[in-house]
Design a protein around this ligand. Structure first.
Ligand code: SF4
Ligand code: SF4
Length: 401
C-alpha cells in the first residue's frame, strides 16, 4: 500500500468511501457480512482510512462502517465523517448532532471531520452567525473530538478561493471532485491549484466519476489496451479504473483518494493499483486527456467572458454553460445545487434569446439554444432544494430521539 504523510500520520492513499455499500436484495438493508468481508480485505492490505457522512445511505452508513470497524482496535484506523450543514433549513443544536454521529460511529473522536458540501447554495448556512456551525466545530476540535477539520466542496473555483481566504488557518484539508475528466470539465485543475496554494491537503472524491471512468466506451478502452500491449504489459489488462487512480496518484498535492467500493472485486482491483507507486507514462497521460475530450458532451466554452457584459439579463453565461455541460454528461445533483443558489432572474429561464452572446463568442457557441435546453433540464429536476427539505426533517427527527 502506498501512504501519504499528513500531520505526522501515515494515511493509506486509498481511502474506503462508505457511500455505496451493497444492499441485501431480499431485505433492502445494507449487507453487513459483505461490508465486513470488504473491510477485512482492505485492512489486511493496509487501507486505514474510512470515510462516511451523516446522510449516506439514509443515515445507515455510519452504523455499518462502525460495525465493521469495531472488530479492530480504534487506533489502527482513521475515521472521517461530515456535518450536514448543506441539508439544514433552520439552525439546530450542532453539537448535539455531532454527538449523534459520534454515537453512531462508536467513537469519542473523529480523526477527520468535514463540513459537508460547501457550494453556492450551502455557503450562506455554513457562514451564518445564527447557524454557528464553524465556531461549534472549532470548539469540538479544541476539545480533541476532531483531530483535523476540513470541508468537501462542489462549488466553483472562485467560491473555493474566497472561502479559503476568509477562513485562512481554520481548515486542514479540502475534499473535491477530481478525476481526469473533471480536470477540465469542472475546472478541477484550478481548484486543485487553489487548495495547494493555501498549503492544504487535497482529498479526492469521485475519482472515477460515479463509475463512468471505471468502464469506458469500448473504443476508448481499446486505446489504453493498445498502449499496454505495445509496452509488452502483462495479462490481464489493467482495469480502466486503474488509469483513473494512477492519474490522481501522480498529483503531488493529493493525499487521499476515496473510492466508494461495494463489491469485493473493486476492493481487490483498487488494492492492486495502490500496492506500489505506479506512475502514468507521458503517453498514457496524454491518452487519458484525449479520452476526456471524447467523453465530454455539451459546448466548448472557455470561460473567456467576452459574452457577459452585453447580456441584457446579466446572466453569468460561462457558469451556466458549465452547468449545462455537467447536465449533458450525467444527470447529477451538482448543477441543480448551483442553479438553485441563484436568484430567479439569474437562472437560465431568464435568457431572452437576444443572441448577443453568440455574436461575441469566439467559439461560435449557440448560447440561446443551450440556455433554453438548460432551463428545461433544470425544471425537470431533481432539485437540490427538495432534497434539503427531506433531509432537514430527518435531522430534526434524529435530534428528538
Ligand atoms: S441570448 Fe440570453 S444569455 Fe445570450 S446575451 Fe441574450 S439574454 Fe444573455
Ligand atoms: S464568449 Fe463564448 S467561450 Fe467565452 S464565456 Fe461566452 S460562451 Fe463561453
Amino acid at each position: 500500500m502506498i501512504y501519504s504523510e499528513f500531520k505526522n500520520q501515515k494515511l493509506s492513499k486509498l481511502g474506503f468511501g462508505c457511500m455505496r455499500f451493497a444492499l441485501d436484495p431480499k431485505t433492502g438493508e445494507i449487507d453487513q457480512d459483505k461490508v465486513n468481508a470488504m473491510f477485512d480485505i482492505a485492512i489486511a492490505e493496509g487501507v486505514n482510512y474510512f470515510d462516511t457522512a451523516y446522510p449516506y445511505l439514509g443515515g445507515k452508513s455510519e452504523i455499518a462502517m462502525a460495525e465493521a470497524l469495531s472488530r479492530y482496535p480504534r487506533d489502527s484506523y482513521y475515521i472521517a465523517d461530515k456535518f450536514p450543514g448543506h441539508s439544514l433549513t433552520a439552525p439546530i443544536d450542532n453539537i448535539a448532532l455531532f454527538h449523534v454521529s459520534l454515537r453512531k460511529c462508536r467513537t469519542d473522536y473523529f480523526d477527520f471531520y468535514l463540513l459537508h458540501n460547501i457550494t453556492e447554495w450551502s455557503l450562506k448556512y455554513y457562514e451564518s452567525e445564527e447557524y454557528h456551525i464553524i465556531p461549534d466545530l472549532l470548539q469540538m476540535k479544541k476539545e480533541g473530538k476532531i483531530k483535523s477539520l476540513g470541508f468537501s466542496c462542489h462549488g466553483g473555483p472562485q467560491l473555493l478561493e474566497d472561502f479559503l481566504t476568509r477562513h485562512e488557518g481554520v481548515f486542514d484539508f479540502v475534499q473535491i471532485q477530481l478525476n481526469y475528466l473533471d480536470w477540465t470539465l469542472q475546472d478541477a485543475k484550478r481548484k486543485y491549484d487553489i487548495i495547494v496554494s493555501h498549503g492544504l491537503g487535497v482529498w479526492v472524491m469521485e475519482p472515477c466519476r460515479g463509475g463512468k471512468l471505471a468502464v469506458l466506451p469500448e473504443e476508448e478502452s481499446a486505446k489504453l489496451k493498445a498502449i499496454h500491449q505495445a509496452a509488452g504489459g502483462d495479462d490481464p489488462m489493467p482495469s480502466d479504473a486503474s488509469y483513473a487512480f494512477r492519474f490522481l496518484q501522480s498529483l503531488p498535492g493529493v493525499k487521499m483518494i476515496l473510492s466508494g467500493m461495494n463489491e469485493v472485486f473493486q476492493v481487490e482491483d483498487n488494492i492492486r493499483t495502490f500496492r506500489e507507486e505506479w506512475p502514468l507514462t507521458d503517453q498514457e497521460r496524454e491518452t487519458l486527456m484525449e479520452i476526456a475530450e471524447h467523453l465530454k458532451k455539451g459546448v466548448p466554452c472557455t470561460a473567456c467572458r467576452y459574452c457577459c457584459d452585453g447580456c441584457p439579463a446579466g446572466l453569468d453565461i460561462p457558469e451556466l454553460l458549465r452547468c449545462y455541460n455537467d447536465y449533458k454528461f450525467a444527470q447529477t445533483m451538482t448543477p441543480s445545487m448551483r442553479i438553485d443558489a441563484l436568484e430567479e432572474d439569474k437562472r437560465p429561464a431568464a435568457c431572452v434569446g437576444c443572441g448577443q452572446c453568440s455574436h461575441a463568442c469566439p467559439q461560435h457557441i449557440d448560447v440561446p439554444s443551450a440556455m433554453a435546453e438548460l432551463a428545461e433540464m433544470y425544471e425537470k429536476g431533481p432539485h437540490w432544494s427538495d432534497q434539503v427539505r427531506m433531509r432537514s426533517q430527518s435531522i430534526h427527527e434524529d435530534l428528538r430521539k
